[in-house]
Design a protein around this ligand. Structure first.
Ligand SMILES: [Zn+2]
Length: 343
């Protein structure tokens, strides 16, 4: 699940990136040691977002664009896997890129896997095991589906939305964004009340499990990725915002992901990524539980690259690859992540 919902994406950085590209600065820096450390890029869904009945904002790239981006990564840096991280953290010099995918969507297997295999690059797939064990529509996708299919043009002010929620049926993205952000702030069990109220007030009802058909990978697909040498990591069981949960629930989610992945793969995963991954979505306690569960690295998701000078193994930064990411921004991010990987 990702955060980025900008109304004016990239702004001044786009202008600067365009100038760097046009002036040849990117080309000049590309072969130089303009940075060192680890740049982690993150994807969610791959494919054509137009036909998706859920949250189109989850799409990171088409398969063709992913292929071009992977080639860019290979030109600029060493594309590494989780097993490389120990030596990189210990100071291995050079530019390193780690490619990651979150959540476990089926399109990762259908579309990203062939591209990555063909290119011969490692990548890491962070799986929320509950979606594989009991396929159902994830809360952010269900929020998007409810609002996109709402039978009303606004929701009344009340418990969830202080000033109500306007729904523009021609472009419901702003309403989806507000509802998702409201969900992020809810404590533990309130999320289920929120979903039920949203579905009732919108007049849509809740999504059923049949709507999740082919939405997620199954365990055979996850095992095949593992057998092909890709890394599989933990991403909780049900993908809650961990910082809003009681300790016992956090523990269940974190240890449960470790247990199910170990059972299905026959070996323990080393890496974990925090659901949503913003600074206030996990706490020091969360990090400690991830460590106790046996994970050795954990990833956040609020931009930045890691020069590996004072690395926190349980908060390695990642930056989003957005569907609308201008190629000049990506190019600049690969040559000067100090500036262009902040978000
Ligand atoms: Zn996620």
């Amino acid at each position: 699940m990702k955060l980025v919902r900008k109304l004016v994406p990239f702004g001044k950085k786009k202008l600067l990136a365009g100038m760097m590209q046009a002036s040849g600065v990117n080309f000049a820096l590309g072969g130089l040691p303009s940075w060192s450390g680890l740049l982690v890029v993150n994807y969610h869904r791959i494919g054509a977002r137009e036909s998706c009945p859920f949250d189109g904002n989850l799409y990171s790239a088409t398969a063709e664009r992913l292929e071009r981006q992977v080639q860019q990564y290979q030109r600029h840096a060493d594309v590494v896997g989780i097993d490389d991280l120990e030596t990189i953290v210990a100071g291995r010099p050079g530019k390193h890129i780690l490619i990651t995918f979150d959540d476990g969507y089926r399109d990762n297997y259908d579309l990203a896997f062939p591209v990555l295999k063909q290119a011969g690059v490692p990548a890491t797939f962070f799986i929320a095991t509950g979606f594989i064990d009991r396929p159902h529509v994830a809360w952010w996708d269900e929020i998007a589906w409810i609002i996109r299919n709402a039978k009303v043009s606004s929701l009344a002010a009340g418990r969830w939305f202080e000033c109500g929620l306007q729904i523009d049926s021609n472009d419901p993205r702003a309403a989806v964004g507000r509802a998702v952000q409201t969900y992020w702030q809810l404590q533990g069990p309130a999320t289920e009340d929120f979903m039920n109220d949203l579905a009732r007030e919108a007049g849509t009802g809740r999504c059923g499990p049949e709507q999740a058909r082919n939405l997620w990978m199954d365990w055979d697909m996850v095992r095949e990725l593992d057998a092909e040498g890709f890394d599989i990591g933990g991403h909780t069981v049900s993908h809650p915002v961990l910082a809003r949960q009681e300790t016992s629930v956090q523990r269940e989610e974190i240890f449960g992901s470790m247990r199910r992945l170990t059972e299905e793969l026959g070996k323990s995963p080393k890496a974990f990524s925090y659901p949503v991954g913003q600074p206030d979505m996990f706490t020091e306690e969360t990090k400690q539980l991830v460590r106790e569960a046996g994970y050795t690295f954990a990833f956040s998701f609020y931009g930045q690259y890691d020069p590996m000078t004072a690395t926190d193994r349980f908060n390695i930064p990642r930056c989003a690859i957005d569907f609308d990411l201008p190629p000049a921004i990506l190019q600049s991010r690969l040559t000067l992540p100090q500036v262009f990987a902040r978000k």
